[in-house]
Design a protein around this ligand. Structure first.
Ligand code: PLP
Length: 461
């Protein structure tokens, strides 16, 4: 067996070793690579030359603690040897095979995904990522119900493809919105910026449910195929719903024959300290979409978990959808190794413990000392710091859909202090791999302390 570096043992920071091709990599990127979600001219991408566990190294050989898990996907950490070996082994055996054939990697991956999923979701349709998982989940719901309309939340992200971006409730939808094709948005619970003038979680929960109930009645229950929501909205700000909210959504769906789709692309596979975030709330959706953490993105993979009732719709009637790479063997082999290793190394349990005992308390302690932090929210290894210009009025440091120089400053200060945060709108998201150790959390908290000090002056005391 090849000797691979233990990703949990990155040791003391080694002397920086510059990547000899870093300058060429950067020049070719700027000449030929067209990047997502960006004005191309002003881009200055960091070259990443290697990665292990919770760390990445840039082209100059500088080491950073990855508090972003890239796009919140490397739940098992970077370059885990068990997953790397599984991909290599699968590549030697069978690199690719078309969806109509059964293959061992896909069968095992489907079995394991169903095994860690809530009871009753037993079939898996594999996709290439999260957006297409949501595309197909909506298609399944529309065909299952014979209805067209879909309700989705403001403050959400569901992916960059056509249906998924129309479901999305953030400014990235605006330039892509072609009249939303049957999608209607509603407000979910978010006490810190309550749309319902609520002053407690209980009030926020009951008013958010009342709002959804009313929206369903006014849209016409018999026209609504599905309600789609992120179990814990992620990119929009890591907002765990109050107790009772998801059970209320489940009840509304049951009452009106609406399919409940939980998007767990970001929240799933350990991020919240459970395999799926719905476990915290004791609800079982009809469909769950997943991607990212299923194999930590080592090879692109996503999918839809189906209830028996939705799956049965397509027992005799063909499902009109598919992808050349559905259940790709390399991606599925990576998923099998990821799930087995996460079980063996108790990585989901680690995420729960670290969040409750080290990361959550540490972030709250930082918030107590930094006036620029308005609120800390999260669970497991899924946290957001809401940065504000004024703690009393809760005025965000950057306006909705806007920017503020302080956000670039805090990002640069975090990198200078040796960490990569996930920065979006007026927030720093702290979303490290589920494998993070207590010492690494403390390393991250020290760097965030330095970074926040650089922008405290923007907050009115
Ligand atoms: N759904 C959620 C909740 C996400 O966070 C994302 C990506 O960040 C997606 C869907 C889209 O996934 P992908 O980028 O793999 O298409």
């Amino acid at each position: 067996m090849t000797l691979l570096q233990n990703p949990h043992d990155t040791g003391p920071a080694p002397e920086p070793v510059a990547d000899p091709v870093a300058a060429r990599t950067y020049a070719l990127d700027r000449a030929h690579v067209f990047h997502s979600w960006s004005a191309q001219a002003s881009l200055d991408p960091m070259v990443i030359s290697r990665a292990a566990g919770c760390h990445v190294w840039d082209g100059d050989g500088r080491r950073y603690l990855d508090l972003s898990s890239q796009q919140v996907n490397t739940n098992i950490g970077h370059q885990h040897p068990a997953v790397v070996e599984a991909i290599v082994e699968q590549a030697r055996t069978l690199c690719t095979i078309a969806p109509p054939y059964a293959n061992a990697a896909r069968s095992e991956a489907a079995r394991l995904v169903a095994e860690v999923a809530p009871e009753g979701l037993d079939k898996v349709f594999f996709t290439n990522g999260g957006a297409d998982a949501n595309e197909f989940a909506v298609r399944m719901a529309r065909l299952h119900t014979g209805r067209h309309k879909v309700l989705a939340q403001y403050r959400s992200y569901h992916g960059g493809t056509s249906t998924a971006i129309n479901l999305t409730g953030d400014p990235r939808r605006w330039p892509n919105d072609q009249g939303s094709a049957g999608v209607v948005h509603f407000f979910g619970p978010f006490l810190y910026r309550s749309a319902f003038h609520a002053s407690s979680e209980e009030e926020e929960c009951s008013r958010a449910l009342e709002h959804l109930d009313q929206l369903i009645r006014f849209e016409g229950p018999s026209t609504i195929a599905a309600i789609v929501l992120e179990t814990v909205p992620g990119t929009a700000g890591v907002m765990p719903p109050p107790p009772g909210y998801l059970a209320g959504v489940r009840e509304l769906c049951d009452r009106h024959g609406i399919v409940f789709i939980a998007d767990e692309v970001m929240a799933g596979f350990g991020r919240t300290g459970r395999w799926f975030a719905v476990e915290h709330y004791d609800v079982v959706p009809d469909l769950i979409t997943f991607a990212k953490g299923v194999n930590s993105g080592y090879v692109p993979l996503g999918g839809v978990l189906l209830s028996a009732a939705v799956a049965a719709t397509f027992d005799e009637r063909p499902f009109p959808g598919g992808l050349t790479y559905s259940g790709h063997p390399l991606a599925c082999a990576a998923a099998v190794a990821t799930i087995e290793t996460m079980r063996e190394e108790r990585i989901v349990e680690n995420a729960a413990r670290v969040g409750a005992e080290v990361l959550g308390p540490g972030l709250r302690e930082l918030a107590g000392r930094h006036p620029v932090v308005g609120e800390v929210r999260g669970l497991g290894v899924f946290w957001a710091l809401e940065l504000v210009a004024d703690r009393t009025t809760r005025e965000p440091l950057a306006p909705y859909a806007g920017t503020h120089p302080a956000m670039a400053e805090v990002t640069a200060a975090a990198k200078a202090a040796g960490v990569i945060p996930f920065v979006t709108a007026n927030r720093l998201h702290v979303v490290p791999p589920c494998t993070i150790t207590d010492d690494e959390v403390r390393e991250g908290l020290r760097a965030l302390d330095t970074a926040l000090s650089a922008v405290d002056r923007y907050a009115r005391a």
